[in-house]
Design a protein around this ligand. Structure first.
Ligand SMILES: C[S@@+](CC[C@H](N)C(=O)[O-])C[C@H]1O[C@@H](n2cnc3c(N)ncnc32)[C@H](O)[C@@H]1O
Length: 184
C-alpha cells in the first residue's frame, strides 16, 4: 500500500508512475512533474531525454475539455520554463524536444470519465505505455492501451500490468523523436 508520506520520495524518481484520475487544470500533475524535474542530474542533450522520460510517467484523466486544455498548456509551459532555465534560452516551438513534449503531454493527459472509463464520445480512454529500451536507454517504445483494461482483474487500476487490446505499437525510437509517431 502506498503511504502518502512517501509521495515526495516517489515523485523524485523520474520513472515512478502517477495517474491523477480527476486532473482539473493540472495542479497535481504539475507538482509531481516539478519534483521529477528537480531530480534530474544529467546535463546537455541527456537532460532533454530525461525530461521527456519523466513526462512519460505522469498521467491524468479529466472530464472537461476546457480544463484538459488548461492542463496541457500549463504542463507544456512548465517544461518550456525548465528548458529555458537549463539551457539559457527558450526552446524553439519546432524543436524535436518541444514537439515530443507536446505529443507525450497530449498522449498522457486525456479527456475521459474515470468512473465510467469512457471518453465523451463513448469511446475507450486510450493511454500510452512508454517502455524504455534496456539496451538503448535513450530510446522508448510506445504501446497504446485501453484504460478500462487496467481494471480487468480488480477495481484498483494497475497501469501496465495490463494487456493492451489489439495493441497499436510504435517503433522504438529516441525520446526526442516520439513526435514522428512511426508505427511498427
Ligand atoms: C476540484 S477539481 C480537482 C482538480 C485536481 N485534482 C486538483 O487537485 O487540483 C475536480 C476535477 O475533477 C474533474 N472530474 C470530476 N469527475 C470526474 C470523473 N468522473 N472523471 C474525470 N474527471 C472528473 C472535474 O471536471 C474537475 O476538473
Amino acid at each position: 500500500m502506498l503511504s502518502v508520506g512517501r509521495l515526495p520520495e516517489l515523485a523524485a524518481d523520474i520513472d515512478a508512475t502517477f495517474l491523477e484520475p480527476a486532473m482539473g487544470d493540472g495542479n497535481f500533475v504539475a507538482a509531481i512533474l516539478t519534483r521529477k524535474l528537480a531530480a534530474i542530474r544529467e546535463g546537455g542533450r541527456s537532460w532533454n531525454t530525461s525530461v521527456l522520460r519523466a513526462m512519460c510517467s505522469v498521467y491524468g484523466i479529466e472530464l472537461l475539455r476546457d480544463n484538459l486544455a488548461d492542463a496541457h498548456r500549463r504542463v507544456l509551459a512548465l517544461l518550456i520554463d525548465a528548458a529555458k532555465a537549463q539551457h539559457g534560452r527558450r526552446p524553439r516551438p519546432d524543436s524535436a524536444f518541444l514537439k515530443s513534449a507536446d505529443l507525450i503531454i497530449k498522449a498522457n493527459l486525456v479527456q475521459g470519465n474515470t468512473l465510467t472509463r469512457r471518453d465523451d464520445r463513448g469511446g475507450p480512454i486510450i493511454l500510452s505505455q512508454w517502455s524504455r529500451i534496456a539496451e538503448h536507454p535513450s530510446q522508448v517504445q510506445r504501446v497504446l492501451f485501453d484504460f478500462a483494461g487496467s481494471f480487468a482483474a480488480s477495481d484498483t487500476p494497475s497501469l501496465f500490468s495490463v494487456v493492451a487490446t489489439p495493441a497499436i505499437r510504435y517503433q522504438p525510437c529516441p525520446y526526442v523523436e516520439v513526435w514522428k509517431e512511426t508505427q511498427e
